[in-house]
Design a protein around this ligand. Structure first.
Ligand code: ZN
Length: 172
């Protein structure tokens, strides 16, 4: 397990030092969402282009702690170019990983009762999260040992989810 934790730490540091998809897209036409985590002072700006039902492009700007910035970089690499439906499922899976661990840390053992909602969130023990599907994102699961950092890790994901909602609302 120590080796795995070392690998995860290296992935997070790599994305912190060499963030992927860094910058901002011209807005308009891109949709732009800002996120702020007052607990830690993290700021993130997600700009995105949705075309033909796909997240055709996105870029990440902002500044903050290593967890917030590496999570944003990992997210951008994982979702860029993917169909919007797939992106939403990944958001749910990632937030499920965070909330399920949060619930198990609290020791109640019933993550299905934590109200995250959404059929795509796998209820049950943490082992049921498909780490293969998450790829490098699994590196962030260690964050849940430090509950105060969970908001750092989910900041960019919440901004992306908000952006997708706003784009969908504009289109309807
Ligand atoms: Zn932070």
């Amino acid at each position: 397990m120590a080796d795995l934790e070392e690998l995860y730490r290296e992935i997070i540091l790599d994305h912190y030092r060499s963030p992927r998809n860094r910058g901002e897209l011209d807005s308009p036409p891109a949709h732009r969402v800002e996120g702020f985590n007052p607990l830690c002072g993290d700021e993130v700006v997600v700009s995105m282009m949705v075309e033909d039902g796909k997240l055709a492009d996105l870029k990440i700007a902002g500044s903050g702690c290593s967890i917030s910035q590496s999570s944003a970089s990992l997210m951008s690499a994982a979702v860029k170019g993917k169909p919007v439906g797939e992106v939403r499922r990944l958001i749910n899976t990632f937030k499920g990983m965070m909330s399920i661990h949060e619930a198990s840390l609290e020791g109640d053992g019933h993550p299905e009762s934590n109200g995250t909602g959404g059929a795509e969130v796998v209820a049950g023990e943490p082992e049921e999260i498909d780490l293969d599907k998450l790829g490098e994102l699994a590196a962030l699961q260690g964050v849940v040992k430090f509950p105060v950092r969970i908001k750092c890790a989910t900041l960019s994901w919440n901004a992306l989810a908000q952006g997708l909602d706003e784009v969908a609302a504009q289109a309807s």
